[in-house]
Write a protein that binds this ligand. Structure first.
Ligand code: HEM
Length: 164
């Protein structure tokens, strides 16, 4: 049982690495593409990088949700007696878990808006046009907010692993 638990946390942490690492790379390094002179090349690179990272990111999200719920099972709190009891959510563990789940939900919503609306819209408009720049800026802003939320989630996770 202990080996399964360790394996599950390892997979959980690896998925968090890949997702957050990719998001931080996109937020910190990828904006250098803006310096490219050709608007067509810039737009194509943004689109291809975005599309490749989209399936990597959503695969990691799926793994994080499944292994995260299993983490709760291993911690012995995945039951109605804990989750439906207000006093559980008032403990340090419950409060931090609630904060982490809230931040995870916000990240999911932001990722969906970014990956399925703003990003594709920005790269489908005429490269270099005023409208495409507006959408690209919005997509880039949301990506940064999400990366910051991701750091908060990791902070909450580290607290949870130590009792909250
Ligand atoms: C439904 C979503 C999630 C749930 C229910 C969940 C739950 C948990 C739990 C209970 C632990 C403690 C495991 C243990 O040591 O026994 C944990 C650890 C961890 N989680 Fe999550 N998690 C979720 C999503 C995420 C996401 C989205 C990220 C990062 C972006 C993340 C990053 C981590 C990390 C890095 C650890 C290891 C912390 C450490 O050992 O110090 N989790 N998670």
């Amino acid at each position: 049982m202990r080996s399964l638990y360790i394996l599950n946390v390892t997979v959980h942490v690896l998925a968090a690495f890949v997702w957050l690492g990719g998001m931080l790379f996109l937020a910190i390094v990828a904006p250098i593409l803006r310096d490219l002179e050709s608007p067509e090349l810039r737009s194509r690179l943004f689109r291809e990088i975005g599309e490749r990272f989209r399936w990597v990111g959503w695969t990691c999200i799926g793994i994080l949700l499944v292994t995260g719920v299993l983490n709760l099972q291993f911690a012995g709190v995945l039951n109605a007696a804990s989750l439906l009891d207000a006093s559980f959510w008032a403990t340090p563990y419950g409060r931090t878990l609630g904060g982490k789940l809230g931040a995870v939900l916000a990240m999911l919503l932001i990722s969906a808006v970014h990956d399925f609306f703003l990003g594709p819209r920005a790269t489908s408009l005429l490269p270099g046009s005023a409208e495409s720049i507006v959408f690209r800026r919005r997509a880039s802003y949301l990506a940064r907010v999400n990366a910051l939320l991701g750091l908060l989630v990791v902070w909450a996770a580290v607290l949870i692993a130590r009792g909250g």
